[in-house]
Ligand binder design. Structure first.
Ligand SMILES: Nc1nc2c(ncn2[C@@H]2O[C@H](COP(=O)(O)OP(=O)(O)OP(=O)(O)O)[C@@H](O)[C@H]2O)c(=O)[nH]1
Ligand SMILES: [Mg+2]
Length: 444
């Protein structure tokens, strides 16, 4: 097997999506913890300025406790390289999330057990369904009182239009939450209050009728669990990887990201089933990851990511071949050759210059204004990847400058928003007044 194919088979690139506050960033951190990529999770929101979540890089995110831009984080687990794209849930930043969905091979949808299916989740899942992106569902915050598990599964089916297949089941909830029965691996993971933040070994049972289950979780809970598992078997389809890959079946897991609970089960199943980098359609042909010549596309541009460096960073998803440092590549739209002396790879807690990146990976390229969102880079072939959405604006606002001394700053700020694809700028012909437009009623 060639080295390229080995690298491709090792990789899994996925996005985490949901309505704000369901726990995406928390889950991202816990996944990184399991991968050994970070030692300690930043307490999201609890300590707003001093210490933020690992994936919430920007000062504003740390201050507000919300994610405003997609973060890319990579870690290794069970011989795989996993690239996570933690997206913002807030609708003001939805364009960033939609574009991110063009760069992932699968997604994890997070749902708050108490709130159920919320509006932004519906919109995002609809896009994933249209593109047949394989989805896993993680029902989070089981340590809180929430909706009944089966009611939630119904809600997920009806509101999100998914066909669910539970691969774990909660035992109790909120104050009575005892743990999780892992249908995928046939074991019980107990939730021990005093062991919060620590992950115990799962208790393995031969089968669900094992009498020791009664001893561990109590007779009543054991009886209930057996009935529920019966119900799962009779009502829901059995897991089938092919259907999952086609976007026709969505496995569901339960847990509590904040308490590290159910996260390892989710991660193990994810490694077992999630797709490796997939082929991508271009205007001329389907491009396969194992092709030896590099191709990739820009799905996001981030200005001022690092306050110390004023430049912009273009996020490029590698579709095929090996991306190499200092090699000449073609920016197809401009017909211009470019090379990059310091492409960045993203890890849990740092960016690092890398010599080579492979399909599935995301590299950050320093850019002084050449790139636009949706641009394709290739080894020379003239092709353009399709599907990175640019939006037609629905909301418009005049821009008035109340402080003429700050005209320069205003112009710079507007430029930055345009570069990042957050909004579009129009100038009225009759009076030269500037209008800014975007798709969502963003507070800009
Ligand atoms: N009780 C409880 N709280 C949780 C759990 N997971 C996350 N939270 C809390 O929920 C809040 C939101 O979590 P985040 O991870 O920032 O949510 P998010 O989905 O990334 O939010 P946005 O990025 O703004 O869309 C934080 O206060 C977390 O501590 C959980 O399992 N149980
Ligand atoms: Mg977040």
């Amino acid at each position: 097997m060639s080295d390229l194919i080995k690298e491709i088979e090792k990789r899994k690139t996925f996005g985490i999506i949901s309505h704000p506050d369901a726990g995406k960033t928390t889950l991202t951190e816990k996944l990184l913890l399991f991968g050994g990529a970070i030692q300690e999770a930043g307490a999201v929101k609890s300590n707003k300025i001093k210490k933020g979540a690992t994936s919430d890089f920007m000062e504003i995110e740390r201050q507000r406790g919300i994610s405003v831009a997609t973060s890319v984080l990579a870690f290794e687990y069970r011989d795989h390289k996993i690239n996570i794209l933690d997206t913002p849930g807030h609708k003001d930043f939805a364009e960033d999330t939609y574009r991110t969905l063009t760069a992932v091979d699968s997604v994890i949808v997070v749902i708050d057990v108490a709130k159920g299916v919320e509006e932004q989740t519906e919109k995002l899942v609809q896009v994933c369904r249209m593109r047949n992106i394989p989805m896993l569902v993680f029902i989070n915050k089981l340590d809180r009182e929430g909706k009944d598990a089966f009611d939630l599964l119904d809600e997920v089916e009806q509101k999100l239009g998914l066909t669910v297949c539970p691969l774990s089941l909660p035992i109790g909830m909120g104050a009575d939450f005892q743990g999780i029965y892992n249908i995928w691996e046939d074991n019980i993971q107990l939730f021990l209050e005093e062991k919060k933040q620590k992950v115990g070994e799962a208790i393995k049972f031969d089968d669900i009728n094992d009498p020791s289950i009664d001893e561990v979780i109590g007779e009543k809970a054991a009886k209930n669990l057996r009935e529920e598992l019966d119900l799962v078997q009779s009502v829901y389809p059995e897991f089938n990887r092919e259907d999952y890959m086609k976007g026709d079946l969505q496995p569901v897991f339960f847990g509590s990201a904040l308490n590290n609970f159910g996260v390892r089960e989710l991660l193990n199943a994810f490694i077992d089933i999630a797709p490796m980098p997939q082929p991508k359609e271009s205007d001329t042909r389907l491009v396969k990851p194992e092709e030896t010549t590099f191709t990739g596309f820009v799905f996001k541009i981030h200005a001022n990511m690092d306050p110390k460096h004023r430049d912009r960073l273009a996020f490029v998803k590698i579709v095929s071949g090996v991306f190499k440092r200092n090699e000449n590549y073609l920016l197809v739209r401009e017909g211009k050759k470019m090379k990059f002396s310091s492409p960045n790879a993203f890890f849990a807690d740092k960016k690092e210059v890398v010599d080579e990146s492979f399909p599935g990976d995301i590299v950050g390229l320093h850019d002084t204004g050449s790139f636009r969102i949706g641009d394709t880079l290739t080894g020379g072939e003239k092709l353009s990847f399709k599907g990175v959405p640019s939006f037609s604006p629905e909301h418009f606002r005049y821009i008035n400058n109340n402080d003429p001394l700050k005209a320069k700053q205003l112009a710079k700020g507007i430029d930055q928003l345009m570069d990042e694809g957050v909004a579009q700028l129009f100038t009225l012909e009759m009076n030269n007044r500037k209008i800014i437009g975007n798709c969502w009623c963003a507070s800009i």
